[in-house]
Design a protein around this ligand. Structure first.
Ligand SMILES: [Zn+2]
Length: 345
């Protein structure tokens, strides 16, 4: 690849075309030849204002090699949620994933509906898969995605006990559902910094769509990254936190009332917040969420939203001084809604 590109370069080639070839060369060799000066400073490095997690489930398959070729040609590192028995029967393909710079993760032993399993069945399923992946690749998985995204608290605690962070997805590409290339591109265009998209190994449209997804991400200064085992969010490939910052934390409450938030209920995918206002019977409370969390339901107040959808202004509606809301975690299970201000009247 390197030799043939060099050999084809003509001294008379226009400058722009040579630069284009260099850029292509840089992205294609970046994974395999990080020592090259040209690969160490890819021109796109300065434009990564955030990272997204591209994930490919259900492999390895007979076409894993083709998928890896497309990913490498487009300078993509992705997370492969592998099925344990597929790894065991195709160890070289699993190894090739790691050799191509991909992160390997646990997607159960044989893609069963795990929520109907007993705790000990879950335990043996996930640990058998971990062992198969480690035996084939030398890498111990740190991430787990339940088949079909079906999970419960027992499965989550089993995963945690095995050192696995559960990761679902923010955006479903629908590639498993026969989505066309343009539909997959459209779905992927909804990805925001920190988010994760579901795709699959073994689907032709998925391989074909990679260059267009990359063009879309690049136009929005987003880059493919790794999924942090500690937060489940997409971060830089070296594991450092993304440059995006969460909303500012609570400035002191102002003019006339105080709002106090508690979290009476937490489930696997959502939590309830209860806010009690003191010092006013007509009040306006501003609440900030941490993306990608979203409020799904509110009660005992009249909500309105800013343009981002992450800042809610709740006004009293005669239902008393305690209001509440349900927040979907969307993969960020640690952040909690924060009170920004309470204003009387
Ligand atoms: Zn799957």
């Amino acid at each position: 690849m390197y030799a043939s590109t060099g050999g084809s370069r003509r001294p008379s080639a226009p400058r722009t075309s040579r630069l284009t070839r260099l850029a292509v060369l840089a992205s294609t060799v970046a994974l395999s030849a990080a020592g090259l000066a040209v690969a160490a400073t890819p021109s796109s490095a300065a434009t990564c204002n955030g990272y997204v997690g591209l994930t490919f489930d259900d492999g390895p398959t007979g076409s894993t090699g083709a998928l890896l070729s497309v990913l490498r040609a487009n300078g993509v590192r992705a997370t492969m949620f592998n099925v344990g028995q597929n790894v065991q029967s195709n160890q070289s393909a699993a190894r090739a994933q790691v050799d191509a710079g991909m992160w390997v993760a646990n997607h159960s032993w044989n893609h069963a509906h795990m929520t109907s399993m007993s705790q000990s069945q879950m335990q043996s399923d996930l640990s058998q898969t971990n062992s198969a992946i480690q035996a084939a690749t030398g890498v111990r998985p740190q991430l787990f995605r339940p088949p079909y995204g079906e999970t419960n608290s027992t499965l989550q605690s089993v995963a945690t006990s095995l050192g696995l962070r559960q990761v679902i997805w923010d955006v479903d590409s629908q590639d498993w559902n026969g989505a066309s290339v343009s539909q997959i591109v459209s779905n992927a265009s909804r990805l925001q910094a920190g988010q994760v998209i579901l795709m699959h190994d073994g689907i032709q449209n998925t391989r074909d769509v990679i260059p267009q997804i990359m063009a879309n991400l690049s136009s929005r200064n987003l880059c493919p990254g790794m999924i942090s085992p500690s937060t489940g969010r997409a971060v830089a490939p070296d594991g450092t936190a993304p440059p995006t910052t969460p909303p500012p934390t609570t400035p002191p409450p102002t003019s006339g009332c105080t709002a106090t938030a508690t979290t009476p209920n937490v489930w696997g995918d959502r939590y309830n917040t209860s806010v009690t206002v003191q010092g006013a019977s007509n009040w306006t409370v501003v609440v900030a969420l941490t993306p990608p969390q979203r409020v799904s339901t509110t009660w005992n107040g009249s909500p309105s939203w800013d343009s981002t959808g992450y800042v809610m202004t709740m006004r009293s509606n005669g239902s008393g001084n305690t209001f509440g809301f349900t927040t979907m975690m969307n993969g960020n299970s640690s952040a909690r809604a924060q009170i920004r201000s309470c204003t009387a009247g």
